[in-house]
Design a protein around this ligand. Structure first.
Ligand code: PMT
Length: 402
């Protein structure tokens, strides 16, 4: 989504300036072209050389030296931006922009740009709460500038509170969203992700290797394409993508209840979760002691098939399932497509290296109701997510513009 996009990254003077380096790396990895503008104070924290080396472009620091160029530097920077991100943004720079002051390269370029601007403030909690700062942010928000709020934590100044720069990944995702093609605007996408856990006693459970990566990638991609996203996930180590409505569940029964409840709102349902097909008939309230028996037999009962239940009430919604197979991939996946009343099923052979559980890539085959099969090569889970959403967008009559 960021491939070929031009992003101007403004870096202000704050201890969080070092995190802008990580942000730059994420942008570059995604194929964006980055032009860094640093304030004088920012250069006290990180050298321009660091940003120059990692971006492959000269770093801009001085308003006047740029006049020596053929183009007027700040205007050329302002014009070429598809997106302008200021991270970290200080109270000083935000205050200047709010007051219409343009007295250095960064504020002048910000004044001249017609691109969307994302400010990512980082500062002391008392500065963040100061009514003067609050007024400035409100004024700029009302004028269409975007803000990604700081997070709460231990601040470099010794205070505890709101003021930390968000994780670079969160800033990256916000940028993707701002640059996104909102072809799924107006849609509500319900995604399930991750494993379920079926409790045997307070310390043991039956589960599987799902990491949630596939489902979270779909949620992130749908959100970046303008959809309202409801993500229901079993236990994972992943942070929910920002801007999605997140519901954590543990067991298949909880996932079923959540999915049925949120189904009402959804126009598209994608079930990437790996739901345990069985749960123990009884779950002990106390930890089962090994001294009591030499052998142990656990009786399992079937969990509800959530996707099949959704298929019975799907109405006009698009319903997409996944099939995790270890043999007869196409045959088994097609059976699920038909029996669960799906519009599309994403079949992955989870025995293949680079596919399935707990890896960053997947190798999938898309099976459609009319019998068509589309084979995809090994791709990142983000890429698989976007291709899947491309196909769903077509089904909804919303072809994606490139
Ligand atoms: O989470 P990752 O580590 O990124 O791994 C991704 C994945 C391998 C989990 C994913 O790509 C995937 O294949 N998800 C489906 C796993 C699965 O449970 O497959 P299945 O063939 O057993 O189930 C078929 C479909 O029915 C799935 O959409 C599943 O969500 C659904 N189902 C299954 C059983 C059940 N009781 N209720 C269900 O809704």
């Amino acid at each position: 989504m960021l491939k070929g996009k031009k992003i101007v990254l403004g870096v202000c003077g704050g201890i969080a300036a070092y995190k802008a380096v990580e942000l730059l790396r994420l942008y570059v990895k995604a194929g964006a072209e980055i032009f860094v503008v640093m304030t004088r104070s920012a250069q006290e924290f990180v050298t321009p050389l660091t940003f120059q080396t990692l971006s492959g472009n000269p770093v801009h620091t001085d308003l006047f030296s740029l006049y020596q160029e053929r183009e007027i530097g700040h205007i050329s920077l302002a014009d070429r931006a598809d997106l302008f991100v200021v991270a970290p943004a200080t109270a000083n720079v935000i205050g200047k922009v709010a007051a219409g002051i343009a007295d250095d390269l960064l504020t002048t370029t910000l004044m001249a740009t017609k691109a969307s601007v994302l400010f990512v403030p980082a500062m002391n909690v008392n500065m963040w709460e100061n009514p003067l700062y609050r007024q400035n942010e409100e004024k700029l928000s009302a004028l269409g500038y975007h803000f990604l709020e700081p997070v709460t934590g231990a601040l470099a100044c010794g205070w505890e509170g709101k003021g930390k720069l968000p994780d670079p990944q969160a800033i990256f995702e916000e940028s993707e969203w701002l640059l996104g093609n909102a072809d799924l605007a107006g849609e509500t996408v319900l995604v399930t992700a991750g494993p379920t856990r079926e409790e045997l006693d307070p310390v043991r459970f039956l589960s599987n290797y799902s990491s949630g990566k596939m489902g979270f990638a779909i949620a992130r991609a749908a959100r970046n394409r303008g959809a309202r996203v409801i993500l229901i996930a079993g236990p994972t180590c992943l942070n929910p993508p920002c801007g999605v409505e997140f519901h954590a569940v543990v067991s298949a029964l909880q996932m079923r209840d959540a999915a049925m409840a949120w189904m009402e709102d959804a126009s598209i349902v994608i079930k990437a979760a790996a739901v345990a097909d069985y749960r123990p008939v009884t779950s002990s309230r106390e930890k089962i002691k090994k001294e009591k028996t030499r052998e142990m037999t656990v009786h399992y009962q079937k969990n509800p098939d959530i996707l099949a239940e959704l298929g019975q009430v799907k109405g006009e919604r698009i319903l997409v399932g996944f099939a995790a197979e270890t043999e007869d991939l196409l045959e088994n996946a097609r059976k699920k497509l038909v029996e669960k009343n799906l519009d599309l099923i994403v079949a992955n052979d989870v025995t293949q290296a680079g596919a399935g559980f707990d890896v960053d890539t997947n190798i999938v085959r898309l099976l459609y109701r009319d019998g068509a099969v589309e084979d995809l090569p090994q791709l990142s889970k983000d890429e698989v997510a976007h291709i899947l959403l491309d196909r769903i967008a077509v089904m909804r009559g919303k072809d994606r513009e490139e």
